[in-house]
Design a protein around this ligand. Structure first.
Ligand SMILES: C[S@@+](CC[C@H](N)C(=O)[O-])C[C@H]1O[C@@H](n2cnc3c(N)ncnc32)[C@H](O)[C@@H]1O
Length: 311
């Protein structure tokens, strides 16, 4: 038996539902773990039936800060590392309006990896990438990553952040800029790519509805996106309800996903409703999975994750 100490930072991401979200994450990543809650004074542990060699993977769970093993009536810290390829500051170092909480993004990535059965080294797409926090998490996990964001200001912001962190952390990297098609005045198609060793991440300016064309024939194992929450007018259409755009995106996203691939969408359960989201992507040939991890963020946002796989 191991005891997982819940990360106090998780409350900033999952609020009063932190323990329920942690249980959902453990259940998705380690289906045989049989997690039980042990809440004492101000700390909460999840007890899991797993061996010590699971510690590195357990430390990659969004909600887990440390792993302990019961020993002689007390607890021994299991001295393990999560084994990330790049430093934490790459993900945590940037603060900007609209950034998805770092742990919510990590949760989505973990759940996507747990559902993915597609072969080969995983490649990820975030088709509504903002300033690229999913791509940076993917890079820490050693994945190849692509992002699409319609706001052209995202590219220079992303560049400032990544360059700054590469200098601070002395990270060996290569930067490449260009356009996926003939240059356009509105910046659509412009991209910025960073290569760290064998893996590259690329942020492209464009519309998520044009994802297959913007990716130029590439296909991916994972799609992870934090969708607009429907509380402000966003995106190229300027509408509040994200559903009409998602319906238009669905065939292209499904086409980009390799057979066995997994998609995790972070969304506000008030808009769109889960049934409507499921309907939109099942109509495109994806299969909805039973995973859910609802957490109340505010009066108007009940955030959750929806999981789809490509048969
Ligand atoms: C919730 S934010 C994602 C934030 C991102 N995960 C981050 O941490 O930087 C949703 C993003 O989707 C973008 N978006 C909305 N509609 C889009 C579309 N049709 N094509 C591309 N991006 C879109 C918005 O501009 C916004 O940046």
């Amino acid at each position: 038996m191991l005891k997982l100490l819940l990360d106090p930072r998780a409350e900033g991401a999952f609020f009063a539902d932190t323990v329920a979200v942690a249980l959902a994450e453990v259940g998705a990543v380690f289906p045989a773990a049989e997690p039980r809650v042990d809440a004492r004074a101000s700390v909460t542990f999840l007890d899991v039936s797993l061996p010590e060699d699971a510690a590195p993977a357990l430390l990659r769970l969004a909600a887990v800060q440390a792993v302990f093993a019961p020993e002689g009536g007390g607890l021994r810290l299991v001295d393990a590392e999560p084994g990330f390829a790049l430093p934490a500051e790459l993900v945590w170092g940037a603060k900007y309006r609209g950034k998805t909480h770092e742990l919510a993004t990590q949760l989505a990535l973990n759940v996507a990896l747990a559902h993915c059965r597609a072969e080969g080294p995983p490649k990820l797409l975030d088709p509504m990438a903002g300033r690229g926090s999913t791509l940076l998490w993917a890079a820490r996990y050693g994945l190849e990553a692509r992002g699409i964001e319609h706001d052209p200001r995202a590219l220079p912001d992303f560049q400032r952040h990544v360059k700054g962190q590469c200098t601070l952390q002395r990270l060996k990297h290569q930067e490449r800029q260009g356009s996926v098609h003939a240059k356009r005045k509105d910046g659509v198609g412009r991209f910025l790519e960073y290569r760290f060793g064998e893996r590259a991440l690329k942020l492209i300016t464009g519309d998520a509805r044009d994802a297959p064309a913007l990716l130029g024939g590439e296909r991916v194992h994972l799609i992870v996106a934090d969708l607009p929450y429907g509380v402000q007018h966003v995106g190229p259409t300027g509408t509040r309800d994200p559903l009409p755009v998602l319906r238009e995106c669905a065939p292209g996203w499904a086409e980009l996903l390799k057979p066995g691939g997994a998609m995790v969408l972070i969304y506000n359960r008030f808009l769109p409703k889960r049934e409507a989201l499921v309907e939109a992507f099942e109509a495109a040939g994806l299969a909805a999975q039973p995973f859910e991890a609802p957490h109340r963020m505010s009066a108007s946002i009940l955030r959750d994750l929806a999981v789809f796989t490509r048969p």
